[in-house]
Design a protein around this ligand. Structure first.
Ligand code: ZN
Ligand code: ZN
Length: 730
């Protein structure tokens, strides 16, 4: 008897056994519909077995949904690996890897694009349409104005069009067609600019690795032309009949990259990210899997999309924290891309101007090959970086005099400036000057941020909102003060100081609506603003050719954080945002405001010496026994009851310690502690850190330990999860 071991979308770290119809055992990767309790679920066959621990007469039968595996072998290996590595329920992993349509059991091939056009008699039908049939008339006019109209467009702007179309159709006036759209490719490939010697050397090294494993760090300062190296290697990959997968950190970055790739590559370029409709994602997934698309560009989850003929994987801005999913299935897309490339025996290129500590450590250990682009393409020089000592310099509205003067000079010359502050809202603290009361979130251990335009106090952690009090709720006094500045306050202050300047703010508050971020970035790129104010949304690789001044308002937030990764992220962000400044003909200038101008990390920034910074960072991590010199897993627990999470973690630790001791596994389990922000959205959070020198020992312990915790009654009283290689420690 053949047993299918199925991954089902339930939060359990195991597979489920089902009987399969005789004579046609499915191949792993096939989807099945199975009875599960009182429900019917769709899952993926992960393995086949001859026997089951469940008695034969108790086994239920699976209904096969695919003749051929929906998930091909290599993509399935990736899912198995991801489930094992992140100790996450395999069904939830498979679920995350499939487009919605496939999760719902629909065919692998997406439905075609439905379109409508008028027939010959339909074109002459106007006289036969009575005036009172207004909808029919409107739809008829719509059809007459175009060659054909796609159903999705009508869905978007002609609500209830289907019955109207049916009436036109009943009279023989319209014709319906269905076809599979192709993703666009350049009709005529734009010619590639000549590569400089460094770019050529890097591209050639990657091309030489085709058909075999190869791990590369493409380390190129901002503006050094990494994308040209990718394009050269990808064009060569396509010419050899292979496909390329390109991962990018941010949805807002994809239109720019996609347009550039489509202009330069002769094969269809498909796009996959969360900003698309379910149908669009299904089409892209299917085109990559069938081989119709030459290139797939996508964010994090695109790492799971199968390719028919994989040839190359590129991870652009590999250091970007957004490659790590921070909830549920907490995977890191860059790390999975590296594993995937190895199983598919193809090279992977990790590109960055500010490589992550992990990647640099892998280069130092000889696991990755470092390819370098040391010069800015087109000969532009690096911006001049200087620190502004906030202890000595007078500041108005949080901006020191030299930065204000530099802003005024840019306005005079008609150049753009960019002010970076990673804190949105008007002010982060509302304080009573009489009794020192502060506005705090009732559900979190956090202060409320005042938002001026909305005139509301908001919690940035749970979304709680309240009106701003007129008087102090504690002492009844009337002297409530806004302390500190966020982007909204900076915007207000700069508008006031430079009334004729066009000021544009780009943060999550102004970019909330779909398309708003792209729209604002478009204005910025076309010179439609004199002063840009933004959070990290602005720091990513957008092209802002007219920016010649970058001001970093507060560098100190990251220098003294409880999170050991904060410095790395801060320096990467500042370098990214500084990289926006200056092009060939206009040298840039960067000013960083700080209360700690003697900080050695800031000195590395001034010297443009990321290597020195990385050496310092890695030495500190090594001395402290932190990643990448140790391997971490964080066990988190939360509960509405105050001590429940800690109680569970204490029990978990004694269980884990006993396991480690009895099996001789070298893993340290630290004392459970409340999370740095203990209460969030009304729940108390606690965490326990596990650290090991050797990765396999950490996994050995986790496998045994989590298996025991899954059965632990106390574990059912809290919500707990494990985060392997955590990026955030709170
Ligand atoms: Zn008060
Ligand atoms: Zn809150």
């Amino acid at each position: 008897m053949t047993i299918a071991r199925v991954a089902l979308p339930v939060p359990l770290r195991r597979l489920f056994d089902y009987r399969v119809p005789d004579g046609h055992p499915p191949r792993p990767g096939v989807r099945v519909r199975v009875p599960f309790g009182r429900r019917s679920l769709i899952g993926v066959v992960f393995e086949l077995a001859e026997t089951s621990a469940i008695a034969a007469d108790k086994l239920k039968t699976a209904q096969l949904l695919d003749a051929e595996p929906a998930i091909p072998d290599s993509a399935l290996s990736l899912l198995r690996f991801a489930a094992a590595y992140y100790h996450h329920p395999p069904g939830e992993v498979a679920h995350a890897a499939l487009p919605e349509a496939l999760r719902a059991g629909r065919p692998v091939e997406p439905a075609g694009l439905e379109s409508f056009m008028l027939t010959r008699s339909g074109r002459d039908a106007e006289a036969q349409l009575p005036d009172r049939a207004r909808s029919q008339k409107r739809l008829w006019e719509r059809l007459r104005a175009a060659e054909s109209v796609v159903a999705e467009e009508l869905d978007a702007d002609f609500p209830g069009w289907r019955p109207v179309m049916a009436r036109l159709n009943a009279r023989g006036w319209v014709r319906r067609t269905e076809h599979q759209p192709r993703f666009p490719a350049a009709a005529e490939v734009a010619s590639a600019p000549a590569l400089n010697p460094d770019q050529r050397r890097a591209a050639e090294r990657v091309v030489q690795a085709f058909g075999a494993r190869g791990r590369f760090l493409l380390y190129g300062i901002t503006g050094s032309g990494k994308t040209e190296v990718y394009l050269h290697a990808i064009a060569e990959c396509l010419a050899r009949g292979r496909q390329a997968l390109v991962l990018v950190p941010e949805i807002a970055l994809t239109p720019q990259i996609v347009a550039r790739f489509r202009a330069r590559l002769s094969l269809p370029v498909a796009v996959f990210h969360s900003g698309l409709s379910a149908r669009e994602r299904h089409r892209a997934w299917s085109a990559a899997r069938s081989g119709d698309a030459g290139v797939l560009i996508g964010t994090r989850s695109a790492v799971f999309v199968p390719l028919a003929r994989p040839g190359l994987i590129v991870v652009d801005e590999e250091h970007d924290p957004s490659f790590k999913q921070q909830e549920g299935f907490r995977y890191h897309a860059r790390d999975l891309a590296v594993f995937r490339a190895a199983t598919e025996e193809i090279p992977v290129v990790l590109g960055s101007a500010t490589p992550s500590s992990e990647t640099l450590a892998n280069v130092a250990r000889g696991r990755y090959t470092r390819l370098e682009l040391p010069a800015r393409a087109a000969g532009a020089s690096l911006p001049r970086v200087q620190l502004l000592d906030l202890r000595r310099l007078p500041a108005a509205d949080g901006i020191a005099r030299p930065l204000l003067d530099a802003l005024a000079a840019r306005l005079e010359r008609g150049e753009q400036s960019l002010i970076f502050l990673n804190r949105r809202g008007y002010s982060p603290v509302l304080l009573c000057s009489d009794c020192l009361w502060q506005a705090r979130c009732p559900r979190c251990d956090a202060r409320l941020t005042f938002h001026l335009q909305a005139a509301r106090l908001r919690c940035h952690h749970c979304g709680a909102e309240s009106a701003r009090p007129e008087q102090c709720p504690n002492c009844g006094g009337g002297k409530l003060a806004d302390v500190g500045a966020g982007t909204e306050r900076l915007e207000t202050a700069l508008r006031h100081r430079f009334p004729s300047a066009r000021v544009l703010r780009i943060d999550r508050d102004t970019a909330r609506a779909p398309g708003a971020l792209e729209h604002r970035l478009g204005i910025a790129a076309q010179g439609g603003a004199d002063i840009l104010i933004g959070t990290q949304l602005l720091a990513k690789g957008h092209d802002l050719p007219n920016v010649t001044l970058v001001g970093v308002v507060n560098a100190d937030q990251g220098l003294y954080s409880v999170d050991y990764r904060a410095v790395e992220h801060l320096v990467q962000q500042i370098i990214q945002v500084s990289g926006r400044a200056g092009r060939a003909d206009k040298p840039g200038e960067v000013m960083i405001q700080t209360l700690a101008p003697d900080n050695p990390y800031l000195a590395d920034l001034v010297a443009h010496d990321y290597d020195a910074f990385a050496r310092r960072l890695l030495a500190e991590r090594r001395a402290a026994g932190y990643p990448p010199f140790a391997h971490f897993a964080l066990l988190r627990a939360e509960s509405a009851r105050e001590r429940a999470g800690l109680d569970f973690l204490r029990q978990a630790r004694s269980l884990g310690r006993a396991l480690a001791q009895s099996r001789g596994i070298g893993v340290s389990l630290f004392d459970p502690v409340p999370a740095p922000m203990e209460r969030r959205a009304g729940r108390y959070r606690a965490q326990l850190l596990a650290s090991a020198e050797r990765r396999n020992e950490l996994h050995e312990l986790l496998t045994a330990w989590l298996g025991r915790l899954d059965d632990e009654p106390l574990g059912r009283t809290v919500r707990w999860s494990v985060d392997v290689d955590p990026l955030e420690m709170y």
